[in-house]
Design a protein around this ligand. Structure first.
Ligand SMILES: [Mg+2]
Length: 228
């Protein structure tokens, strides 16, 4: 069987939209009667909570409360929809070249999975995105209450694929220590710099274009067992 390939999402399959994210949160602030810079700072400061815990509306309510705001339900709903539209837009921005790579991997028989440290707007937009039907498994931190590099999230993805972690190849830019996390559970790790040179200290195989991946995976390489 061709080895399962597990991808990171942001800065691996699509861009990270970092600046657009701040702009959208600033616009949401205006919608709920808050100061844009304050809400943007509050979003940054609560990244971890948003990643594994709060949904879109909870985030707006909690942060508005902390900043002394009292938005109406209607305002929260409107700001939430603005955030959801961003989630859809970013996923829809995936390039044809990337979709072609995924199709080539599927054509070679590789089961595909996603493990993403993402907030709920992304997880909600995923099923309608052009990426979703190309993946056998998608694990979002906000859905499972776990985030990379926690070993449990890698084990969960492998379990859902019906394989052992050591059979899997993990591909990511390296944010959040995800490459070391994948290696620690025994996955073969490839770093991509196509979108961002996130983890330049990573000593393992690195490739500049996702298009190199199908060819690399056609080369034989041995399955690593995790160190006990
Ligand atoms: Mg990433």
């Amino acid at each position: 069987m061709s080895r399962p390939v597990i991808f990171d999402l942001f800065h691996t399959l699509i861009h990270g939209a970092d600046e657009e994210r701040d702009r959208v949160v600033g616009e949401m602030a205006v919608m709920v009667g808050l100061t844009p810079a304050e809400l943007v700072a509050a979003y940054h400061a609560t990244w971890r909570d948003r990643l594994v815990q709060w949904d879109v509306e909870e985030t707006i309510r909690i942060l508005a409360g902390r900043l002394g705001g009292t938005p109406t339900n209607e305002q929260v709903t409107r700001a939430g929809e603005h955030r959801r539209a961003l989630g859809r837009r970013v996923l829809d921005s995936v390039s044809t070249a990337t979709l072609d790579v995924l199709d080539a991997l599927r054509g070679d028989g590789h089961p595909l999975a996603l493990i993403s440290n993402a907030t709920s707007d992304t997880a909600e937009a995923w099923p309608q995105s052009p990426l979703a039907h190309r993946f056998d498994v998608a694990v979002f931190s906000c859905d499972v209450g776990l985030a990379k590099p926690d070993p449990a999230i890698y084990h969960l993805a492998a379990e859902r694929l019906g394989v052992r972690p050591a059979e899997c190849v993990f591909v990511g830019d390296g944010a959040d220590g995800e490459l070391a996390g994948a290696a620690a559970v025994g996955m073969t790790v490839f770093r991509t710099t196509e979108h961002n040179d996130t983890d330049p200290g990573w000593g393992g195989p690195t490739f500049p274009a996702l298009g190199d991946l199908p060819g690399m995976l056609r080369e034989p390489f041995k399955v690593m067992e995790p160190a006990e």
